[in-house]
Every structure is written in structure tokens, then in C-alpha cells.
Design a protein around this ligand. Structure first.
Ligand SMILES: [Zn+2]
Ligand SMILES: [Zn+2]
Length: 557
């Protein structure tokens, strides 16, 4: 029976390009999952969008002498381009800058206000007497009280990673003019998280299917006790506060960005011509998955669920398969120090599937993993090219040459051939179960062992050597191999969509892999193959040094 699945993916800040940490943390696993459900024939919707608000964008705009909207639009376009080239197949990738998003955010804000889950209080906020404005947390800098490093920000110290309140900084100063900020009273709205503590804890305890890291982190966080959180700020860039007297304030970005999952679904429904269709992904029998990096866990397992509980009409998350971090050449990724591999850079030089392969087989699912260019080259050359690509190429070129470009007719299967066909069937089942439970790395390994075993089978059977003496035995071995190739194009499709589609066409199938369903599709004898070409190409060892030397240098965009 077909299932209904909603997939929300973290909203990237439109203040800079995407990097491999983003891809490994959220976008690739989400895309593997959505493609898997599509090929299974399930009804699935995957949405996200660029987060256009928040101070990182206004800071970037000030640095570049542009309007925040200009920066946000520029990076939004770049995100769309990256998704297309990497094959991240959103049903909708929108932005938080739409009128629709503001409307949905206002509805949630006012409903929670009406029910007493949002309340007003006066707080002390940093104010720059020289600039004559309140300063958002990131606009205050000073010395970190925890590690003594200079240049810590009012929201976080980058050096030691501690979250910060501006009032904690030693020698605070305005980032714009270096004056010492004062602290002045300002009226703001708060989300009453304390009201949800017991319900959240009871709910989280039932989520035994969550990854242990997500479940443990969330439980600890809740057991330490929640605090109400301010959800408005004295800033100019953001969603307006729909209450009189708050014209100069905005809704804080963390509160409205998560609402994007719902507003994006409504936008998708409207553009499909049935504005009410959003309900089918938010109410009733549908599972909601949120793919995010581990730094985003509390927003998706505590704050967003609390908002949904308060709104009381919409499904809570079913699973939040958050990934851990990806380090780069053994060091923590840092965008400010340019210790990152930028996605547009990667995509301008290499194909998408080798990256998707490496980040799948090395996915930071249960602990941090490392990306290195040496491993990228090694896995491309030794695994993608030598194991999988070579299997495909030697089978298809030989069949194409020796059997008039058509799938040969098999004779009787011996036990060895039966075992290989059985393994192809088993792999379809195993990968199915693993992907269903978001075990991506294991699923990829299982698919690759089928390719390895089939190479061994062919080495044993040597159809290219025996064709002169025993054409039938050669045809049978090749037919078995072709059956495996067909299974591989299915199980690898969620991971490697570009090469899987090509393989599907080389095997003589028209149309899209996705439309053929999750099953063993054996090309019938006599089916005409397409003239085969290599699926992957070998990479030059020299690129390791060239790419590594770019890290930490000056970034030129
Ligand atoms: Zn520090
Ligand atoms: Zn100032």
C-alpha cells in the first residue's frame, strides 16, 4: 500500500554559498530519501527554501553596500543552480521572503498569542548611542568571557563555540562604529516554551525510533528545563510583528524560519491548482521527516513541535534524522576561515555522482566523518570506476559487440548463477529496508557489495574467453550480469541518479528509472541496448594537491 511522506529540509541562510557540510548534513540524505520514496511509488513532498532574514544577511549586505534583499536573491539563485547540478530534487525550494510565508507566519503568531502561548515582556537590549539603534546580538562584539579570545560575537564565540548573550561579553562594542553599547529596556514577545515542557517530554519518550544521538540530546535538553524565548527583535529586516505598536520590530528569524515548512507546502498546493491540498501532508495519516544538521536539533525536536502543539491542528515530526558534522581534511569546517569545500566550486570542476557517492558511503550518520580530497580520488577511482563502472562497462561493451547490440538469451542457470540472481533480489530487499529507516551508509555498502560479487562471478565465468567454445554459457553469464546491472540501476538510483539513469537507458529501457518501481526489471532477451559509454571517469591524483591548497586561502567571490 502506498504511503504518504512529508520531507522538510533545513533552510539555508542566503548569506553565502553552500558547502559540503550542508550537503552531507541534510541535503543529500533528504534527496536519497525522497528519490527512494518516489521510486517506491509513495506519495511524497519535499520542500525547503532559502532563509532570507536574520542578521548574517544584513551584515553581509552592509559589507557589500547592497540591500539585504539583493544579497538574499543572489544566493537564492545560486542555491537553485546548485540543487539542479547536484540533483537535489525538491518539489519546491522557495524563500522566506514571500507574501505567503509572512501570512502563514502571522497566522501562527496570532493563534499562539490568542491562546496565551505568546506573551509580552520588557527586556534589556543592547543599544548603540552613536548609531541610535538597538543592536542585534551579532552586531555586538567583544572579548569572550569563557576563552578570552577577542572578536567574540554577541550570539556566539566562534573560537570556543559557546553560545553567548551580548551582556556577557567583556568590553562590548558596536560592530558598526565601535562605540560601547548601553543596555535599554524594550518590549518584546516571548514564546512560552515552559507551557509545553511536560507534553514535550512525554512525546519525546515515545520516539524510540529516533537516532540515539537525536533522542539523547533532546531528552537531556528537556530534562534541564526549558526557558521561554524572545521571538521578536529590534531590527528592520524580517517579518513584521502583526500587533499595533510593534511597527519598528520584527519577528526573530528562528521563530519564522521553521514555519517555512508549512508555508512552503501551502505555496506548493496553491501552485498545483488545489490550495487545500497542503492538508494532505500535514493532517492525518502522513509521516513527517525533517533532515537537518545536528546544530539544528533543538529547533526541530523541541521548538517547532511546541509551536505545532500550541497551534494544535497539524502533525508533529515523525522523525528528525539529524546528521553529525563533516570535517574537512581532519579539521572542523569554518566558513570564516575558508576551511570549506564550496559546492559551486566543486560543481564547476567535477561531476555530481562521485561526490554523492563519497558523501553517502562516508555519511556522518552516527558520528562525525571526514572529507579529504585524497579519499575522494581514491574512492572514485577504486570503487566507482574500478568496481561499479568497470562492471557495467565490460558487460555492456562485450554484449554490444558480440551479441549484435541485444540482450542475449540465457540457458539454464547453474547454482552459481542462481546465487548471483538471488543476491540481486536480496539486495533490493535489504536496501529497501535500510533506506526506509534512513540508514544510508549501510544501504550504499550493500549495493556496492552486489557489484563486487558480480565482478567475482564474471571473473570465474569469463564469458569473454569461453564465447568461442561455448556461446550459450557465455550468453548465460552475461544475462545474469545484465540482470544485476538492472538491479543496480534501481538500488543506486537514490544515491547516484545521473549514472543510474544513463545505465537504465544503456540497458535499452526508455523513460525514467523512477517510473519503473522498486523491483527487479530484467531486460527481455532481444532487447536492443544503447551503445555503451563509461559511467564514470578516473580522476588524476594531481588534483589532491591542487584542491587541498585552496583550503584556508583567500576566497574570491
Ligand atoms: Zn570563547
Ligand atoms: Zn554604533
Amino acid at each position: 500500500m502506498s504511503e504518504k511522506i512529508f520531507i522538510g529540509v533545513a533552510w539555508p541562510y542566503a548569506d553565502g554559498p553552500l558547502h559540503l557540510g550542508h550537503v552531507a548534513g541534510a541535503y543529500l540524505p533528504a534527496d536519497i530519501f525522497v528519490r527512494y520514496h518516489r521510486i517506491k511509488g509513495n506519495e511524497v513532498l519535499m520542500v525547503s527554501g532559502s532563509d532570507q532574514h536574520g542578521t548574517p544577511i544584513t551584515i553581509k549586505a552592509e559589507q557589500e553596500g547592497k540591500a539585504p534583499s539583493e544579497i538574499a536573491t543572489q544566493y537564492h539563485q545560486q542555491f537553485l543552480d546548485s540543487w539542479q547540478k547536484l540533483g537535489i530534487s525538491f518539489d519546491l525550494f522557495t524563500t522566506t521572503g514571500t507574501a505567503n510565508h509572512a501570512e502563514v507566519a502571522h497566522d501562527i503568531f496570532l493563534t499562539l498569542l490568542d491562546r496565551g502561548y505568546i506573551y509580552k515582556a520588557t527586556v534589556s537590549q543592547p543599544y548603540c548611542p552613536h548609531c541610535q539603534r538597538f543592536l542585534a546580538d551579532r552586531y555586538v562584539e567583544g572579548t569572550c568571557p569563557y576563552c578570552d579570545s577577542a572578536g567574540a560575537r554577541g550570539d556566539q564565540c566562534e573560537q570556543c563555540g559557546k553560545p553567548m548573550n551580548p551582556v556577557e561579553l567583556i568590553d562590548p562594542r558596536c560592530r558598526l562604529c565601535a562605540a560601547t553599547p548601553q543596555f535599554r529596556d524594550s518590549e518584546h514577545f516571548f514564546l512560552k516554551l515552559t507551557a509545553f515542557e511536560d507534553r514535550l517530554l512525554a512525546w519525546v519518550k515515545q520516539q524510540t525510533h529516533w537516532r540515539p544521538n537525536v533522542l539523547n540530546f533532546t531528552t537531556r535538553y528537556l530534562e534541564q528545563g526549558l526557558k521561554d524565548r524572545a521571538i521578536t527583535r529590534d531590527i528592520e529586516w524580517g517579518i513584521s510583528v502583526p500587533v499595533d505598536g510593534f511597527e519598528n520590530k520584527r519577528i526573530y528569524v528562528w521563530f519564522e524560519a521553521v514555519i517555512g515548512y508549512l508555508s512552503a507546502t501551502k505555496e506548493w498546493a496553491k501552485s498545483s491548482g488545489d490550495a487545500e491540498k497542503w492538508r494532505s501532508f500535514w493532517q492525518g495519516d502522513v509521516k513527517s521527516y525533517y533532515f537537518i544538521g545536528k546544530d539544528n536539533i533543538p529547533f526541530h525536536t523541541i521548538i517547532w513541535p511546541a509551536m505545532l502543539m500550541g497551534y494544535d491542528d497539524l502533525n508533529l515530526p515523525y522523525d528528525v534524522p539529524a546528521n553529525e558534522f563533516l570535517t574537512i581534511e581532519g579539521r572542523r569546517l569554518s566558513t570564516s576561515r575558508n576551511w570549506a569545500v564550496w559546492l559551486p566550486d566543486y560543481l564547476s570542476r567535477y561531476d555530481p555522482d562521485p561526490l554523492r557517492y563519497l558523501l553517502s558511503i562516508n555519511m556522518p550518520e552516527t558520528g562525525d566523518t571526514n572529507f579529504s580530497w585524497r579519499e575522494f580520488v581514491r574512492r572514485n577511482n577504486d570503487e566507482l570506476v574500478a568496481t561499479y563502472g568497470n562492471l557495467v562497462h565490460r558487460v555492456l561493451t562485450f554484449v554490444y559487440r558480440s551479441f549484435d547490440g541485444c540482450v542475449p538469451m540465457a540457458g539454464e542457470f547453474d547454482s552459481q548463477s542462481q546465487a548471483v540472481i538471488g543476491m540481486a533480489e536480496d539486495t533490493l530487499n535489504t536496501v529497501d529496508g535500510l533506506l526506509y529507516h534512513c540508514h544510508f551508509k549501510e544501504a550504499m555498502k550493500s549495493a556496492m557489495s552486489l557489484a563486487q560479487e558480480t565482478n567475482r562471478y564474471l571473473d570465474d565465468k569469463s564469458p569473454w574467453k569461453i564465447i568461442k567454445q561455448d556461446r550459450q554459457a557465455s550468453a548465460t553469464a552475461l544475462y545474469v550480469a545484465i540482470t544485476v546491472l538492472s538491479a543496480l540501476s534501481t538500488v543506486l538510483y537514490p544515491f547516484l541518479p545521473f549514472s543510474s539513469q544513463r545505465l537504465h537507458n544503456f540497458l535499452g529501457f526508455d523513460g525514467r528509472v523512477e517510473d519503473d518501481g522498486w523491483q527487479l526489471h530484467v531486460p527481455p532477451p532481444g532487447q536492443r541496448l544503447l551503445s555503451p559509454e563509461p559511467l564514470f571517469s578516473k580522476l588524476d591524483e594531481d588534483l589532491v594537491e591542487e584542491e587541498t591548497s585552496r583550503l584556508g586561502g583567500i576566497r574570491c567571490w
